[in-house]
Design a protein around this ligand. Structure first.
Ligand code: ADP
Ligand code: MG
Length: 628
């Protein structure tokens, strides 16, 4: 709760709205004890007294000489009560119907939702008018009418959410544990839909106050002498020219109430939705932000003929609420033409962020590149303009993302998606030619019956097949470099072996360079020429795969290699590395691995570590296992 209020208070508009509403609610509750004049007391001698002219009537009087301030307060009280009651009524009935329809599905769902559809088939206000006409004018009837016409809004919303929840595994689990429908609804579903109901309510109360005021304005709501804001406005309308203040006073109050409730409601919605709160729903920029005054290493020499990609002292940070997480911390990497570089490290070590930085795909905000440079075939990717970057992305640098199901469009066939990927980069190519190219690529990645498979949707394929489609898609524009982010992690060993063999074959046939991200040294040994080991945002060791595997220099590398099981090596203990990687916003001055390292000494923790180099091999360790 404290957290909730703290977050709400960060939203300036919502806090102002909330404070005003709170003040009005308190005043409305206290109205009977405020010592105001009798709102129904008429005084013909004092009609249309202007505001601020008589002490007895600070806001003036209306056409019957009734005190406007007192009527305003009583009217506000009534309007707030009606609005809140109507939305509670609509929310409870609508949500119950929605939950039942969504949970029961089939016949009940059909019956309830078609009934709701019938309600929605009538124009909204006309339906409310018809209900009041049938029930007879009066505030309670107006309240019922407004509530009834709002039921479909809640029912539809909540049904949609419930249908999504009902198919989740934890509901299955609850069912298996022996819970009956009522228990599942009350303990599993309702707690999950309550935030949605609260959000929907907070944004509809204002609307309902407005609708009830509308009915009262037409004379169908509150009946004299009782007045809510709508009927005050309706009665003052005839004297709009001679006494505008009599309309302005209730009109302004309606405006303030509705405005403040909506602002407050929006604030509540933002706080309750964890995705909005974390900024995950805010649209990231098309390319990662680059800090204008970033430090660039001097004299970058990049040999465009042999080098495909080189990273120089790259720094990528996430700046979240005043803390900056250095996910990538001054790293250097080189990938030559036709070479495969394996980037390996524990989960969270910054591999994906490094790879995403290459094509400036790190979500910004909160991501920001604060230092270094990336050269692709001799051209800086950090400094190039967006058009150039767009041309390079997908065309010359292709990306295979970690989870193929979430990167493929669920509703488009495999063929359509591949054709789209081809045509985005080459508008001149005809659909037929693109389709043929797509087919030949699906064949190239050994998808059986590729022709028929072009017409099916991603969910109809198995994980390994989807991964092949992702690889085929990465190849559609004959890229020079492929970045593959753990493309085999979700697959079983046989399929993994096939995919690695496939990538290797493609590399040799097409002279591709590959940046291959993985956390498995076995995979690196199978596919890569070079390897770079990453820990807490830094490359702690790099070099040719064979040399590193045979003689690891960094204690971390040695222990990572020790974790790989060997076939035929007999029964042996596979040691894990105790402890956890550090949080990257408070990195120690010395070596980040020191707390988990068995060779660490006091000097490792206290002083920055220097890099040892020899030829292609580098290690970032004070006491390496091997002297390079
Ligand atoms: P991995 O090596 O497993 O691919 P990542 O590169 O995804 O690791 O993440 C490196 C670090 O960056 C992690 O500490 C992670 O929490 C952080 N990080 C990654 N993406 C984001 C993001 N969008 N916002 C904030 N922090 C992030
Ligand atoms: Mg990753």
């Amino acid at each position: 709760m404290k957290d909730f209020l703290k977050q709400l208070s960060r939203n300036m508009l919502a806090s102002v709205g909330g404070c005003v509403i709170l003040l009005l609610v308190v005043l409305a509750i206290l109205t009977p004890w405020l010592g105001l004049a009798d709102p129904a007391h008429t005084d013909a001698a004092h009609k249309f007294v202007h505001p601020f002219t008589e002490m007895a009537h600070p806001l003036g009087t209306d056409q019957l000489g009734r005190d406007l301030l007192s009527r305003l307060m009583w009217g506000t009280r009534l309007s707030l009560i009606v609005g809140i009651c109507a939305s509670l009524f609509a929310a409870i009935i609508g949500s119950l119907l929605g939950v039942i329809a969504g949970y029961a599905q089939r016949r009940w769902d059909n019956a309830i939702m078609r009934g709701i559809d019938m309600l929605m088939a009538f124009p909204y206000i006309l339906l409310a008018l018809a209900i009041v006409a049938a029930l007879g004018p009066g505030l309670v009837n107006a309240l019922l009418a407004v509530a009834i016409v709002n039921i479909p809004f809640f029912a539809r919303n909540i049904r949609g959410v419930t249908v999504g929840i009902v198919n989740q595994e934890y509901i299955e689990a609850a069912r298996l544990s022996g819970m009956n429908a009522r228990q599942i609804i009350t303990t599993e579903i309702i707690p999950n839909v309550i935030p949605v109901i609260v959000v929907a309510m907070s944004t509809t109360i204002g609307w309902m106050i407005l609708e009830t005021a509308g009915l009262s304005f037409l004379g169908l709501g509150s009946q004299p002498p009782q007045a809510d804001l709508g009927s005050m406005l309706g009665q003052a309308r005839s004297a709009l020219i001679i006494a505008p203040f009599a309309s302005v006073v209730p009109g302004a109050m309606i405006f303030v109430i509705v405005m403040c409730i909506n602002l407050f409601g929006d604030g509540i919605r933002d706080v309750l939705d964890p995705r909005l709160r974390s900024g995950a729903l805010s649209r990231p920029r098309a390319a990662t932000t680059v800090e204008s005054k970033r430090e660039i290493p001097a004299n970058i020499v990049s040999d465009a003929d042999s080098q495909m990609l080189s990273l120089h002292q790259l720094v990528t940070e996430f700046q979240i609420r005043g803390r900056s997480f250095k996910a990538v911390n001054h790293i250097d990497l080189q990938v030559s033409k036709g070479e495969c570089l394996g980037l390996i490290g524990e989960s969270g070590s910054g591999k994906s962020v490094t790879a995403l930085s290459v094509t400036k795909l790190v979500a910004s905000p909160p991501g920001i590149i604060t230092g270094g440079d990336i050269q692709f075939q001799g051209q800086s990717l950090i400094d190039c303009d967006y058009q150039t970057l767009r041309h390079i992305r997908g065309n010359r640098i292709a990306y295979i993302f970690q989870d193929p199901l979430s990167t493929l469009h669920p509703l488009l066939s495999i063929g359509e998606q591949m054709i789209e990927a081809i045509q985005v980069h080459d508008q001149r190519i005809s659909k037929k030619a693109a389709s043929e190219k797509a087919l030949s690529l699906l064949n190239a990645v050994y998808i059986p019956n590729a022709k028929e498979r072009m017409n099916i949707l991603p969910f109809e394929l198995s994980g390994g097949m989807r991964q092949r489609v992702a690889i085929a898609m990465a190849l559609v524009n004959d890229p020079d470099l492929i970045i593959a982010d753990e493309p085999t992690t979700a697959l079983d060993v046989t399929v993994q072996g096939q995919i690695l063999a496939l990538l290797n074959e493609l590399r040799q046939k097409r002279q591709l360079s590959i940046l291959f991200i993985t956390h498995d040294f076995g995979v690196v040994a199978q596919l890569c020429d070079q390897v770079a080991v990453m820990y807490a945002g830094k490359i702690v060791e790099s070099g040719p795969v064979n040399a590193v595997l045979a003689h690891p220099a960094h204690p971390y590398t040695r222990r990572l290699i020790a974790c790989v099981p060997k076939l035929g090596a007999g029964k042996r203990h596979l040691p894990s590395i105790d402890g956890l990687p550090p949080v990257v916003d408070q990195l120690p001055l010395g070596c980040a691995f020191a707390p988990r390292c068995d060779k660490a000494q006091a000097s490792c923790r206290e002083k920055p570590v220097e890099e040892h180099r020899n030829g292609q091999r580098r290690v970032l360790c004070r006491f390496p296992e091997e002297v390079l």
